[in-house]
Unconditional design. Structure first.
Length: 290
């Protein structure tokens, strides 16, 4: 794995906003926007953002070798694991799998599926397991800079789903739509060169594709429910070494986002001030991708 893998550790900060939309619905709360109940801050899960990155890569690199996506709703994961054994001519369906065979199948999956090289995957299920891979790229939950207000408005529709409803009195039915009026969210991320070298082979080309995917992850993911979502900033900290030259929290603290003093209820990105301390620790460089 080591030859083509990245040689530098990275951290990054993503700022994105949503206007009149639901950035990440909570199935435990009627699909309303996710909220921290103690602070009323908005939440967007890492799983939500990874899904958008996967979707962009699949669109952007469709059919290209090594850029398949494992985690998607096309066929079962176990069938994809068995396919790895088929391609490599390894014995299938046996109990007590040979560790070398599992390792070979795992390397095949890493080489062919971008999301496994990037985020890792649990692939220890089924008759032909491929083990567990810890990916070099990890994300925190997105958290809004300020509390968000969730609107729950009534909407109407004229098209009815059943004959009984169609024949019922009245021409319309009522429904609900939940959305955040405005929220600016921050996500922090990590890229481990050591995991890339020792486990998945995540390469410099993969890294550039990751930045491209993050910058464009909302552009082909539009929907009425999600409203207007925009990637506002992507800051990347690059270390000179694989192990790293400074603690992640020291770097994250270099970027501060605050509401302007005269703003009561933020309604746009212009209502915020971003302060960047560009004095980096020795061996760390800051790049502003957008």
């Amino acid at each position: 794995m080591e030859n083509n893998a990245i040689k530098n550790r990275y951290e990054f900060v993503i700022l994105f906003d949503v206007e009149n939309g639901n950035p990440n619905g909570d199935p435990d709360a009627g699909n309303m926007p996710r909220i921290d109940p103690e602070t009323s801050g908005g939440i967007v899960t890492d799983v939500c953002i990874k899904r958008k990155i996967r979707n962009f890569v699949e669109l952007y690199k469709e059919g290209e070798a090594g850029c398949n996506i494992l985690i998607k709703n096309d066929r079962s994961l176990n069938s994809k694991f068995t396919e790895a054994y088929d391609k490599l001519g390894l014995p299938k369906g046996q109990k007590g799998k040979n560790a070398d065979d599992v390792k070979k199948a795992q390397e095949y999956i890493c080489a062919n599926y971008y999301d496994v090289r990037t985020f890792g995957a649990v692939m220890s299920t089924g008759d032909d397991p491929c083990g567990i891979v810890k990916g070099p790229v990890q994300l925190t939950f997105g958290k809004s800079i300020d509390p968000v207000y969730v609107n729950d408005i009534t909407i109407t529709r004229q098209a009815k789903t059943t004959e009984d409803r169609q024949n019922a009195a009245g021409t319309t039915e009522m429904g609900k739509k939940s959305f955040v009026s405005y929220g600016l969210y921050r996500i922090e991320g990590f890229v481990s060169a050591l995991l890339a070298q020792k486990v998945t082979g995540f390469s410099e080309d993969d890294l550039e594709l990751l930045w491209t995917a993050i910058i464009n992850m909302f552009e082909n993911d539009r929907s009425a429910a999600r409203g207007k979502m925009c990637l506002r900033k992507l800051y990347v900290f690059k270390h000179d070494t694989a192990l790293g030259n400074a603690p992640a929290q020291v770097l994250f603290d270099k970027i501060k986002v605050e509401k302007k003093p005269d703003i009561v209820a933020p309604r746009s990105f212009d209502d915020y001030i971003i302060t960047v301390d560009r004095s980096m620790p020795t061996g760390v460089a800051l790049a502003e991708k957008i």
